[in-house]
Each structure stands twice: as C-alpha cells, then as structure tokens.
Design a protein around this ligand. Structure first.
Ligand SMILES: Nc1ncnc2c1ncn2[C@@H]1O[C@H](COP(=O)(O)OP(=O)(O)O)[C@@H](O)[C@H]1O
Ligand SMILES: [Mg+2]
Length: 250
C-alpha cells in the first residue's frame, strides 16, 4: 500500500457573509489521496467543493485544520505546495490574443522549462489533448471545449505529481469531455494523484477510484461507487446521490 500524497486533516473554511452571517463553506473535512488515484469530491452546487480545492491549492487559508500536499504543510510551505500541484480553477481566463501553442509555451517557460524540453512537452500536450488543428489559432476564435483543453494543458505543463481540477469537464460537449476524461485517466495511470470536483454522479462513477460526497461543507460518505451503492441500498446513480445528501430525518 503506497503512502498518501495528499492528506487533509479537519479542514474548515468559514466566510462572513453580510446577508447570511457565518457560512460554513467547508466544515471539518478529512481525506487522503494516494499516487495513482483519482479522487472525486462530489456534491451539489454550494456544497463546498471549490472552497476545499482552493484551500488545498493555498489560495485560501483554512479557518481551522491543516493539509499536507506532497509532504508539505499548506500553512508553512505554500510555495512548495504550489510547485507540487497543477490547479485548474473552475473559472479562469485565457489571453485572447495568444494561440494555444503560445499559452502553453509561456506557462512552461514560467515553470522553468526551456529549449527542446519545452518544445517536446508542448508538442506532447497538443497531441494528447487533440489540439493539433487549432494549436496556432488565436484563442478568441476557439470554442469552449477547445479553450478548456488549453486550460488543462496549461495546468499540467510542468508535470506536477498532483492535479487539482475543479469541475474539469464543465461546459464541455460529449466529444471534448471524453478527451479530457481520457487524458485524466492517462495521468492517473502515470502515477499522478488527481483530485477533482464534480456535481455529476455519472462523471464521478466513470472517472473516480474513490468518491467523497459532501453537502453543506460536511462529509456525507466516502468510498468506491460500489461501496456507496451498498451504503444506500440503491442502484440508480441519482437515487444513490439523493440518498447520500438527504437531510437527517427528512
Ligand atoms: N468568498 C465567499 N464569501 C461568502 N460566501 C462564500 C464565499 N465563497 C464561497 N462561499 C459560500 O460557500 C459555500 C460553498 O461554496 P463553493 O465552495 O463555491 O461550493 P461548490 O464549489 O461546491 O459549488 C456556498 O454557500 C458559497 O455561497
Ligand atoms: Mg464550485
């Protein structure tokens, strides 16, 4: 059994909201992820998925708790954590005037790649994400799916051991999401640890080795899809999900 490469220990993140008062976006979550594993955080809108991933990525400090990413404490070694991860935010922009090839090369250079190594890496990503036909077209002319592939490529150009992907297939049509999903599985098979969020149970079932179900910031269940089915006694995905996020006594 290999060691965990990500370990969250009771992480919480609260927000002070003018209208709602204190919002417990993430409330005492613990989990571990190993290399070579796809770990999905599944929950409805507002469950706390993005907040959890932002805490792991050191963009937000936890209100309580701590996490270790690639052995580094997120509070004490945020720079080391950032070097160890590729983070795909759920909403992010791209420079419209550049081409995919230029964007990926730029991010590669910023992370220290150069010369032939950089060139090879960019070519490899263009090919594995199926971007050959638009690699030299300005981003402003690309579809949502094409742009998402560029964002994925930019996220992992430095070949980090850990990928943190916030709703990676959101807004994609079926062919594009299939390419991104296949790519995520290939990265897993190379030994990377992948943490992704989704609100779609089918996606969690298709992609994830283990699933953490959260609702209102709290853990509702954790396990393989098969274990979640057993826990709920349901087989249809929607029913399994609804059962897991049901309010106690409801
Ligand atoms: N900066 C913020 N200020 C106030 N509330 C926030 C902030 N960010 C997130 N929240 C709240 O925290 C909860 C979880 O949000 P989020 O992590 O984005 O959920 P998800 O990604 O699962 O949809 C929601 O109720 C959201 O409104
Ligand atoms: Mg979100």
């Amino acid at each position: 059994m290999s060691e965990s490469i990500v370990r969250a220990e009771n992480i919480s993140r609260f927000f002070q909201d003018k209208k709602r008062g204190i919002v417990r976006a993430v409330d005492s979550l613990s989990f571990e992820v190993k290399p070579g594993e796809i770990f999905a955080i599944l929950g409805p809108n507002g469950a706390g998925k993005t907040t959890t991933l932002r805490v792991l990525s050191t963009i937000l400090r936890p209100t309580y708790g701590v996490a270790y990413v690639n052995g580094y404490n997120i509070l004490e070694k945020p720079d080391k954590v950032r070097q160890s991860i590729g983070y795909l935010p759920s909403e992010s922009g791209l420079y419209h005037r550049l081409t995919p090839h230029e964007v990926i090369s730029l991010f590669g250079r910023l992370s220290g790649l150069k010369g032939n190594t950089l060139k090879r890496r960019v070519d490899e990503l263009v090919e594995s994400l199926g971007m050959q036909e638009f690699a030299h077209t300005r981003i402003e002319k690309l579809s949502t799916g094409m742009k998402q592939k560029v964002k994925v490529a930019r996220t992992i150009v430095h070949d980090p051991p850990i990928l943190i992907l916030d709703e990676p297939t959101q807004g994609l049509d079926v062919p594009s999401s299939q390419i991104v999903e296949k790519f995520i599985k290939e990265e897993r098979d190379k030994g990377k640890a992948i943490i992704l969020s989704t609100h779609i149970m089918e996606e969690a079932e298709y992609l994830a080795d283990r699933i953490l179900v959260i609702h209102k910031g709290r853990k509702r269940a954790e396990g393989t899809m098969e274990e979640l089915r057993k826990m709920t006694g349901r087989t249809r995905l929607k029913e399994v999900f609804l059962q897991l996020i049901k309010e106690d006594g409801a």
